[in-house]
Structures are given as C-alpha cells and as structure tokens.
Design a protein. Structure first.
Lengths: 287, 74
C-alpha cells in the first residue's frame, strides 16, 4: 500500500462507505498517533467476531493503534483466534498456512526491499502459540537464524482455543484443559530465551496491563526490525473461554499473571540500545 | 435483549480520566467525547464484557459505568 492508495479520489467521497471516509479523515494514516488518544480517532481495526472480553482482541487493538507507519505495513497471520481480528483491519493481511508465517514473511520482506529499495516497508507476523512455537516452530527458528528483518509477535493464550482446548507447548505445567484431562506434563517453553539465543536483536515479554507500554514495545520492535534484524514480542493474551475466566475478571487475571510469570521483560543488543537512545532523545519515553 | 455498558455522563465528567476507553477490547466502541470530556458507548458494537466496569468501579472506585439490558432497536 502507501498513502496514495488510501486517499479517496476527489469527487468520490459521497460514494465511499462512511467507515472508510471516517478512516481517511479521522484515522491514523499519515499521522503519528499516541495510544492515549484511543477513543478520539477512527481505529484501523473494525468490528470483528472475537469473543466478548477477549484480551487477544485487546492486544490487537492496541497493536494497530501503535503501528509507526500503518500505510506501509503488512501483517501476516495464520490459523488461530488472532486472524479473526487481524483480517478486519485496514492494513493488508496475508493468511499463511498453519506454521509457515515466518517463511512467508521472510520472502515478503526480501521482495519488498527489492521492489521498494528507497522506502521502509514493515512486515509483522502475529500468530498464536500454536502457529509459532508448536506447528510453526521450525520456520520461526530458521527465520531468526537467518536474521530476517521483520517482527514476530506471539499472542500466547496457552491453549488451542479454536479447536476445543488442546494443550500447546506454551500451556503451563499441570494445567488441565477440556481436551487435556490429565494435565500438562511438561514445562512451558521459554520462548523469550529461545529468541535471544537464536539471533533476535530485540526481545520483549509482557502482559497487556499498560497500553502505553504495549505501544512503546511494539514501536521499538518494528523500528529495530527495520534496521538490525529479527525482533520478538511474547504477549500473554488469556483465553477467557478455555480457562473459564469471567469476562469482567480478564484484566484482573492479566495483572495477576504479570506479578507471577509475565512481568515486563525487555532485552536488546547494544547497537539497538544505542539506536533507541539516539531516536528517543528528547521524546517522552516513560511507560 | 442483550447487555451493554452505559456511562453515567454527569458522574464521568468530573474525572476526565479515560481509563475505560484504553482498556476496552473492542475497537471504536467505548469512545471519548473531546468537548464534553466524557466516555460514551456505541451500543450496537458493545459485546457486554464489563471490563470497563472493572476498571471504573474496582480499580478506580469511580462507579461511572453500569451494565444495562437493551433491546434491539433501542
């Protein structure tokens, strides 16, 4: 895409759907929006069929509000809950086969850098724990080994939520699920450490309890991927259906998990740290 | 009939806090009025999860949002 594709040709405003006209006039395209302005502009993501109170939907909402350049971004997803909301946004979305998101993203990023050598095009993979750490594990790891320059975001709901509640590699040890009645026998995979040793230049782990911090982390991951190499965010996005969390307690659960095993963690290489110190100098960087 | 969030405008206008808007999982649903400085709900999009009620009542103790029963077309 690009800004020219988004704009409406003069005279055609009255024929376009109202939501689209709002998006161009009051949306994020071509502007630097602060996540604190949410509720005061037209958001990129539209109505979607994700469950009431889903915190994965919440993370995706904040993710779209924090994109540094939505008109030059392509999002890649795969089977799993996240794709239900990702496909309803005004940002190009590619649906990879289960497990091959990072392979698709590698090719896409390389093609974009040949086609648009003088433009920065961001490629972001958002997939669940199954898509990235179970079924897509090999392709995810190899994209990191090859130092492909794109961002990988894992929205970790710790279960296969779409297919009835099977355990995944990211399910914590001992948890009983509808289709895992004996309880998980093994520990949760330490994805952040794997990313660190596999070549990622920026790794973060968070629970979505602070929108400003999510926005800062997403922006940092995308900016670092533009210049240095693969970046990875591991976000806890609970499944309130499979884990039987009442919808009004979803935020409370995220706050609880943040105190237990999802405390905010951020790691980056020295050159990335220098880069951020340079660009964030003078900007408000509190989170 | 379905459950939706409803903001008590008079009470909400006292605080100018906007925290419920920042924690709603649905896009373009819980909005913020620039000049009135109150949150307002787009009822046809609200899924009734009540996370905003948790933020407003349990976390901030401001009690400005309630869940109400609505009929289609209201």
């Amino acid at each position: 895409m690009g800004l020219e594709y988004v704009r409406i040709s003069p005279g055609f405003e009255k024929y376009m759907p109202k939501d689209y006209v709002d998006l161009v006039q009051y949306g994020q395209f071509g502007k630097q929006i602060d996540v604190q302005q949410l509720g005061q502009f037209k958001e990129l993501v539209e109505e979607h069929p994700m469950c009431a109170g889903c915190f994965m939907a919440y993370f995706i909402r904040i993710f779209y509000a924090s994109l540094p350049k939505p008109e030059d971004t392509i999002v890649i997803g795969t089977a799993g809950c996240a794709r239900l909301a990702l496909s309803q946004a005004a940002v190009p979305f590619i649906y990879g086969n289960y497990g091959d998101t990072n392979a698709v993203a590698s090719g896409l990023k390389r093609a974009l850098s040949i086609r648009f050598p003088d433009k920065e095009k961001d490629v972001v993979v958002i997939a669940g724990d199954g898509g990235l750490m179970d079924i897509g594990f090999g392709m995810t790891m190899h994209s990191w080994f090859r130092r492909e320059k794109f961002t990988t975001i894992m929205v970790d709901n710790e279960v296969y939520g779409n297919t009835g509640g099977q355990e995944s590699g990211m399910t914590p040890k001992g948890v009983q699920l509808k289709m895992a009645p004996k309880g998980k026998q093994f520990d949760k995979i330490n994805a952040a450490e794997l990313a660190k040793v596999s070549g990622c230049v920026y790794v973060a782990k968070l629970a979505p309890t602070n929108p400003k911090r999510i926005a800062k982390t997403v922006r940092r991951a995308i900016l670092a991927a533009r210049h240095f190499g693969p970046t990875f965010i591991h976000a806890y996005t609970s499944c309130n259906i499979e884990y039987s969390i009442p919808t009004e307690k979803v935020l409370e659960d995220a706050r609880k998990r943040e105190k237990q095993d999802f405390g905010f963690y951020e790691w980056m290489t020295d050159e990335v740290k220098e880069f951020f110190e340079e660009i964030e100098k003078g900007q408000e960087v509190k989170a | 009939m379905y459950y939706v969030a409803d903001v008590d405008e008079k009470n909400c206008a006292k605080y100018n806090c906007k925290q419920c808007v920042l924690f709603c999982p649905e896009p373009n649903t819980l909005m913020y009025h620039d000049s009135k400085h109150v949150a307002w709900v787009n009822y046809s999009r609200c899924k009734g999860c009540a996370i905003c009620v948790y933020v407003c009542s349990d976390l901030l103790k401001r009690n400005c949002i309630q869940m109400v029963m609505m009929t289609a077309g209201e």
